[in-house]
Design a protein. Structure first.
Length: 201
């Protein structure tokens, strides 16, 4: 049985250039999975509470492999982005240090149990993300079509069409008709009236 309903094509994974906390990996993953970025970030924090070294290494690997939605690669790509370049190199170096410290043994990348410190850090991270999301929602424009503060400017509206010759002719004929309908006083009007009165007309 063939179905004529169109199948939705999955969105290719791209890092976000607009909605990013670090390198835009979570927002890009959320767009691909059609989820809210906040949910993906909370999931990443909870995963980090269990396996922080593995999370950092996986995050750095995805950021290195996956380009941004404007085509920029992480390290040294175009258009130039100093903030992303600094964060990218820092994340890659930190992931390398964690990988070397684990002695390349996978069991060292996953912590055997949750400790209190990891849970507290995860709770603080989730609270910070929720506060950030609330501030972004408060800064969103109240008027549909308006841009939020700090957002890139919207594309300019297309120019209004220039009036054609027929439009000019319509306007002139309307103006002429209005002028003819409205009586315009003549300078010679009173003189003619006085002359008629003298003649007795």
């Amino acid at each position: 049985m063939n179905s004529d309903a169109p199948t939705a094509t999955p969105t290719a994974l791209r890092r976000s250039s607009q909605d990013r906390v670090l390198l835009g990996v979570c927002a890009g993953l959320a767009q691909t999975l059609e989820l809210r970025p906040l949910l993906v970030r909370i999931g990443a924090i909870l995963f980090g509470a269990l396996a922080f070294p593995l999370l950092v290494i996986a995050y750095a690997a995805v950021a290195l492999i996956v380009p941004r939605d404007d085509g920029r690669v992480l390290l040294g790509g175009e258009p130039h982005d100093g903030r992303e370049q600094l964060l990218g190199w820092s994340t890659v170096l930190f992931a390398g240090v964690l990988l070397m410290a684990s002695g390349l043994e996978p069991e060292q990348l996953v912590w055997p149990a949750l400790d209190r410190g990891g849970l507290v850090l995860a709770a603080f991270g989730i609270a910070a993300l929720v506060i950030r999301e609330g501030r972004a929602a408060a800064a969103a424009p109240a008027v549909p079509g308006a841009s939020a503060p700090g957002a890139p400017p919207a594309a300019p509206a297309p120019p209004a069409p220039t009036p054609t010759a027929s439009t000019h002719a319509d306007v002139e004929s309307t103006a002429t008709t209005v002028v003819h309908e409205v009586p315009v006083p003549s300078r010679r009007g009173p003189a003619r009236l006085i002359a008629r009165l003298r003649r007795g007309d």
